[in-house]
Design a protein. Structure first.
Length: 473
């Protein structure tokens, strides 16, 4: 087992020593591990968006990756264990929900999910179904174990950017609205209520989970705050002990009854007691921890996207002493870290918009293809994928693959993911590159397409953008 081990000891307390261990062996390079959850098989399961994989890691750190059945360019994002004994995950760019068995068999569901909706957070509901957010579609979706999807949009404002979702202690689902700066509650019947009173303006709520105290706890990334909201909607915020510019993101209930959360910019994992006392644990610099979950082994597990690792905090004996824990009330030394926002991509288009694909994917003096142009509000790495426009027929409000059309069914355009994706590093301001009309080692056939772009810096993923184009004969 190749694991980088870092550890620290709680000073001045009666708490047992906590060890931080990191695992990278078996994780594909550049896969960008993100969501993580405890599985029904006693292992941890995590998503690898940039590799279109789902990974499984044993408590001992042995990793197995699964890619069969996951559509290329789908960008698996968040993952959760379901009462049906399987794991369910969102495919943000592919506009799908995936299901993977403990044996690694994948089934994907897309029917009923609106195009370009960007499924993001996912949770098991009290009704036996899976509930997920659609960040760009401004909706919350419900999918049954059989794969039947229902979407709810009433009561959710435009550009609210619904992010994480969790089952509440009151039998409802609760989710964060990153863009609207609110916490929302949705009943199993689809009735939405939003809460903003008591939440710092511009704080950008991200992660959410249910605590042992019967309340919901959530992260406020932009204000370096952990919030607590009662089922009645009363909010209390806690900030002492959280490093300035830490950007709290994922949050989970630990086996110790405390809440554990990741700090993307500070490269730390935090712990907050129900009374609001915070302790921070340092990990590898530049790792940008994101997803977090309690493991079946009694440890806290988290993903480190920037360094391609999965980390574990446990009460096992430390391996190396020195990097680790800051007791409550101890401030971080050094310069203040800047506050972060997710990167934004704009001005996205291809020129010309109608072009012939190059005869080969790469090579000098290519005359075919198009120039892709876009602007970034900060330096970011952008992942690009392609969807093909195909004829469909409306089934209710959704455009689905045509079967035998009925007279009352209207035609529509539906988008289907094309195998493959690629990434480009971009600077703040104007960017451009040559797109040859090839992706995933294949030349695009003549037809209508759109190029999907998702910018990211560390664990911070910005909204997706798309630009249409045509491949000529």
């Amino acid at each position: 087992m190749a694991a980088g081990a870092l550890a620290g000891v709680l000073a001045g307390t009666a708490t047992a020593a906590l060890a931080v261990t990191e695992f990278s062996k078996g994780i594909s390079a550049g896969s960008y591990p993100r969501g993580i959850t405890a599985g029904p098989d006693g292992n941890l399961w995590f998503t690898e968006p940039s590799a279109d994989r789902v990974g499984r890691i044993t408590p001992a750190g042995v990793v197995t990756e699964f890619s069969a059945g996951i559509s290329p360019g789908s960008y698996p994002s968040r993952i959760i264990a379901s009462p049906d004994g399987n794991l369910w995950f969102t495919e943000s760019i592919g506009d799908r929900i995936g299901r993977i068995t403990p044996a690694g068999v994948v089934t994907e569901f897309s029917a009923g999910i609106g195009p370009s909706s960007y499924p993001n957070g996912i949770a098991a509901g009290p009704d036996g179904n899976l509930w997920f957010t659609e960040s760009i579609g401004d909706r919350v979706g419900r999918i049954t174990p059989a794969g039947v999807v229902t979407e709810f949009s009433m009561g959710i404002p435009t550009r609210s950017y619904a992010d994480s979702i969790a089952a509440g202690p009151d039998g409802n689902l609760w989710f964060t609205e990153f863009g609207a700066n609110q916490i929302a509650r949705i009943t199993p019947a689809g009735v939405v209520t939003e809460f903003s009173a008591g939440i710092t303006v511009g704080s950008e709520p991200v992660g959410i989970t249910t605590g042992a105290d019967g309340n919901l706890w959530f992260t406020e990334a932009h204000s370096d705050v952990i919030g607590r909201i009662t089922p009645a909607g009363v909010v209390t915020e806690f900030s002492p002990g959280i490093s300035p510019g830490a950007y709290p993101s994922g949050i989970a209930l630990g086996p110790d009854g405390n809440l554990w959360f990741t700090e993307v910019r500070a490269d730390q994992v935090g712990r907050i007691t129900p009374a609001g006392v915070v302790t921070e644990f340092s990990i590898t610099a530049g790792s940008s921890p994101d997803g977090i979950a309690a493991g079946p082994d009694g440890s806290i597990w988290f993903t480190e996207p920037n360094v391609g690792k999965v980390g574990r905090i446990s009460n096992q004996p430390p391996v190396v002493v020195g990097i680790g824990v800051k007791p409550p009330g101890v401030k971080s030394p050094g310069v203040k870290r800047p506050r972060l926002r997710s990167p934004t991509l704009s001005g996205f288009y291809l020129s010309p918009r109608s072009f012939a694909a190059a005869k080969r994917a790469v090579g000098a003096r290519q005359r075919a293809g198009a120039t892709v142009r876009f602007r970034l509000d900060r330096a970011a790495r952008t992942t690009f994928s392609v969807q093909r426009a195909l004829v469909g027929h409306y089934r209710g409000h959704f455009c689905q693959a045509p079967t035998r059309p009925k007279r009352h069914e209207r035609r529509c355009v539906r988008y289907v993911g094309v195998r493959g994706h690629f990434s480009r590093s971009g600077r703040a301001g104007s960017n451009r590159f040559q797109f040859t009309g090839w992706i995933g080692g294949h030349r695009l056939a003549p037809g209508l397409y759109r190029l999907i772009a998702v910018p990211a810096t560390g664990a911070l993923t910005g909204p997706a953008a798309h630009a249409s184009f045509r491949i000529k004969r």
